[in-house]
Design a protein around this ligand. Sequence first.
Ligand code: NAD
Ligand code: DAU
Length: 350
Amino acid sequence: MKLLITGGAGFIGSHVVRLFVTKYPNYQIYNLDALTYAGNLANLTDIENVPNYTFIKGDITDAKFLDDLFTDIPFDGVIHLAAESHVDRSITDPMSFVMTNVVGTVNLLNAAKTAWAGALEGKRFYHVSTDEVYGSLHNPEDFFTEETPYDPQSPYSASKAASDHFVRAYGNTYKLPVVISNCSNNYGPNHFPEKLIPLMIHNIQTNKPLPVYGKGENVRDWLYVVDHARAIDAVFHTGKLGETYNIGGFNEWKNLDLVHLLCSIMDRKLGRPEGTSAQLITYVTDRAGHDLRYAIDAHKIMNELGWKPSLQFEEGLEKTVDWFLNNQAWLDNVTSGNYQTYYEGMYVNR
Ligand code: NAD
Ligand code: DAU
C-alpha cells in the first residue's frame, strides 16, 4: 500500500500520519504538505526517520506538480486533509480558501482520476471534511446527520462544501472510489494557537486577555484529535465507497463554559488561586456570521464501523493542557514563527 496523506504537517494530519506510520509498518506513507503557516514538521519529529515515512513538500494548487507526483509514485490510496482551516482567516482572505480547498481538491481528484484510469480496483480517495458544511443549528434538539442538507455560512465552510460536492461528483461521474467524513471540532496536542482552546491555554499561561466572541453562547461539539485519527483509520479501511460518515463525540460545550473550565484547570496546574485566570476573560466583537451551534449525530460510524471515542472530554482536556505545558519549546517556536525556517533543508523539495 502506497498511501498519500495531504496536509500531514498540520494539526489533525500529523496525528493521522503518526497513527498510520506506526500501526501499518507495511504501508509506505507519503506526507504531502506545502508547509503554510499551519504546517509544522516539528509535529512529526518522533517519526521523521522511520523507514516507511516520506515527507514531500508541495502545493496542491499546482496541478502539474500533482500529475507528476502521481506519475512518479503509484499511490493506492489518498487521505486528503490539506486545507486552509481557520474560519477567521477565511473572512479576511476568502480566495486562498477557494484556491486550496476547492481548486486544490479538484487538482488532486484529477491527478488520481488520470493515474488510476482503468485500474480502480483496490483504490480509495478519502476526503476529510467538516461538520460546518451543514450550517448552524438553532433548535436545541437538532443534530447534523449525513442527510442534513448543506448550508455553509462562512467562506471556509463554503469552500469545504464545494470540495465535498466535487468529490461526490467525481465518484458519480467518473466512478472514482471516494469516501467522505465530516467531523466536529477537534482539540489536543499540536493544535495551532489561533484556534479557541490552544489560544486560551497560551493566553492564560502568559496572562493575556481571553477574547470571547460575542456573549460566548455559541456551542461547539469537541472531539480529541487522536479519536478523529482513529475514526479516519476506520473509514479508510472499512467505510463503504460512496458513503459519508459523520464523526463526533456527543460533547457539546458553550464557549464561555469551556473557557471557564480551562481557566479552572490552568489555575490548578499553575498553582494560582481558583478564579485568577477567569479574570482575564474579555468579551470582544462577535465573529461575522458566527454559527450558533454545531452538534454531530455520530450513530452511523458507531453502529456501522464500530468506532467510538476513547476519551471523556475532561480527561482529554487535562491531557491537552499538560501537553502544552510540557511542550513550551513547540509553543514558543510556533508563536515566534521560528518553526517556518527551522526545518528547511530537511524535507524532499520536489
Ligand atoms: P491545519 O490548518 O492545522 O493544517 C492544514 C495543513 O494543510 C497544514 O499542514 C498546511 O501546511 C497544509 N496545506 C495548506 N494549504 C496547502 C496546500 N495548498 N497544499 C498542500 N498543503 C497545504 O488544519 P487541521 O485543523 O489539521 O484540519 C485538517 C483537515 O481536517 C482540513 O481539511 C479541515 O477542513 C478538516 N477538519 C478540521 C477540524 C478541526 O477542528 N480542526 C474538524 C473537522 C475537519
Ligand atoms: O467544526 C469543525 C471546525 O472547527 C473545523 O472545520 C475548523 O477547521 C476548525 O477551525 C473549527 O472551527 P471553529 O470556528 O468552530 O473553531 P475556532 O477554534 O476558531 O472557534 C471555536 C469557537 O470559539 C467559535 O464559536 C468561535 C469562538 N472563538 C474563537 C476564537 C479563536 C472565540 O470566542 N474566541 C477566539 O479567540
